[in-house]
Design a protein around this ligand. Sequence first.
Ligand SMILES: [Zn+2]
Length: 253
Amino acid sequence: MERQEARNIAIQSLLENTSNRDFFTSIFETYLNQGYNQENIPVPSLYFDNVNENNNQVFIEENVYNELLKIREITQRTNNEIPYFLIGYEQSNGAIVFKSILADVGNNSNREADFDNISDYLGAYLESIEESDIRKFGKPIICNGHTHGLSNVSDNFSFGDMISYITFKNNVRDYMQDTNRNGINSQIVDTMGMLMNPCGDFNLVYYDDNPQQIGFYKFTNVFLRTHDNKIVLLPSISENGNYIRQDGIRQTK
Ligand SMILES: [Zn+2]
């Protein structure tokens, strides 16, 4: 999918379809008037609707969590954005579980997350999912994540991030359809997006392209699952975050 096409869908999703379209419209007007490049407009996921109740639980296994902390530490030290992929599955009860992570922490020279390096590996990575045992657990999910350093966007997603999640979903789907055409029976892998921001939140979003409910949705229950099966609630869109406030009053999630 071309970025321009994804941009139009992202605009429609945020400024027309969502229940908070008036809020997002005012954000866009405010920041465009201040001379922001459209892709750099902050998009606070606080104002997304929640995902379907059955899906509104994300468990990050301890080995993945520990790698995420290392990635976050690099961004805190260097202020560089770092891209990564999480691999997981949807349990039969709808909860999402992340079991493994792929990150490129070697190239820290860019301030903005550069997915080109790890995108080169995406095909091989999706193939390895096919060969892994993840399908035993449930429908495979791949999550496109990155960190933000201190910037004009900081704790919020950027509008560019939203465009990227739409193209990502379409690229993954195209890849799976291509492999199916080549005789490999790939099942559709679903996609998510994630941001680790300076305030320490673990913010996860889902882009739903089903025409009935097309748009972006947030997860509000994100947990660490330890090796010995303890469940610890992680912060997401927390009070610490610099999420843009509406009329000075912070909405509850
Ligand atoms: Zn971003």
